[in-house]
Design a binder for this molecule. Structure first.
Ligand SMILES: Nc1ncnc2c1ncn2[C@@H]1O[C@H](COP(=O)(O)OP(=O)(O)OP(=O)(O)O)[C@@H](O)[C@H]1O
Ligand SMILES: [Mg+2]
Length: 158
């Protein structure tokens, strides 16, 4: 499978929300999305845009302490993980991590490296980075599986 990458400039918070929303219009369950980037890079902001795009109107809490937040929406069940505080990836076994990756689910995971060895492969890998001397973020998107590549085709058309 060839690795396909897309690079997108996100000049402000609104741009991060809008790209999340755009992805929501294309994403189809089952889908696994890894979100990488430093603390404060904008991962949760992108998920917020994604959930709003799927019609979620309430707040989107960062799951830093709860590990996972669940959103049952008309088109899919969304599981938003933040594994930052996970001390041992094995803990994922105890919460029954496997059960989350169901056919009707879109799973978005912040800090996936903290769960290495206990997560399935990602269909799409998003990486947010800050600029050295400017506001804004750079987003790179890697489409890694067949589902990821199908997603890219939809993304291009929009
Ligand atoms: N494109 C952007 N340009 C400038 N600021 C942004 C951009 N996208 C998001 N931000 C801001 O970055 C800050 C941190 O965002 P967020 O909480 O989404 O980060 P995070 O990557 O989830 O962090 P953590 O790893 O701590 O969970 C927020 O104040 C948000 O408004
Ligand atoms: Mg976050």
């Amino acid at each position: 499978m060839p690795k396909l990458t897309e690079i997108i400039n996100l000049p402000d918070e609104m741009a991060t929300l809008v790209i999340g929303q755009k992805m929501a219009g294309i994403a189809k369950a089952p889908l696994v999305v890894f979100l990488e980037g430093d603390l404060g890079a904008g991962k949760t902001t992108l998920v917020r845009g994604f959930l709003h795009g799927l019609g979620h109107e309430g707040i989107v809490k960062s799951p830093t302490y709860t590990l996972v937040e669940t959103y049952t929406l008309p088109t899919a069940t969304i599981y938003h993980f933040d594994l930052y505080r996970l001390s041992d990836p094995e803990e994922l076994e105890f919460i029954g991590i496997r059960d989350y990756f169901e056919d009707s689910a879109i799973v978005l995971i912040e800090w996936p490296m903290k769960g290495e060895g206990f997560l399935p492969e990602a269909d799409i890998r998003l990486c947010l980075a800050t600029h050295e001397e400017a506001e804004g973020r750079i987003l790179s998107i890697e489409f890694l599986t067949e589902s990821g590549v199908a997603f890219k085709k939809g993304f291009k058309k929009k």
